[in-house]
Ligand binder design. Structure first.
Ligand code: 5GP
Ligand code: ZN
Length: 120
């Protein structure tokens, strides 16, 4: 099944606009399925967001695309190995009650230091 950016794009979505290049970001990786850029307000020495190009609201919706969800995890691991020592914490805030503020699914990758329990 073909999925294009245009089919899955929301013109009012901040991360769709970053993906389209309308809003600048510090990209550290990109491929056909995801982009990875540095979080504006880092909470660890390395704090990047792995963002599927397709617009899905959260990881519950992304789970309908298991290969894309798996690719998101694979890229998170690659970036943690490239930018830090390879260990990382992967977080999907899901829903406002869990602190999600941007409703385009993204995985937070936190790495590059000793991450305390309960941090982020
Ligand atoms: P959430 O709270 O939805 O899980 O995460 C959204 C994240 O996006 C936050 O950590 C926030 O710092 C980051 N963020 C919000 N706006 C921007 C932006 O314009 N550029 C970048 N690089 N990060 C952003
Ligand atoms: Zn979007």
């Amino acid at each position: 099944m073909a999925h294009s950016d245009t089919e899955h794009r929301d013109p009012d979505c901040l991360f769709c606009r970053i993906i389209a290049g309308e809003i600048p970001s510090e990209r550290v990786h990109e491929d056909e399925q995801v982009i990875v850029f540095r979080d504006l307000h880092p909470k660890a020495p390395v704090h990047v967001l792995v963002v599927p190009r397709e617009h899905h609201r959260d990881v519950r919706d992304l789970a309908a695309r298991p290969e894309l969800l798996a690719h998101t995890a694979t890229v998170a691991a690659q970036v943690a190995a490239d930018l830090a020592d390879g260990d990382f914490r992967l977080i999907f805030n899901t829903g406002p009650g869990a602190g999600q503020t941007v409703f385009h699914v993204h995985a937070h990758v936190l790495a590059g230091g000793t991450l305390a329990e309960g941090e982020m």
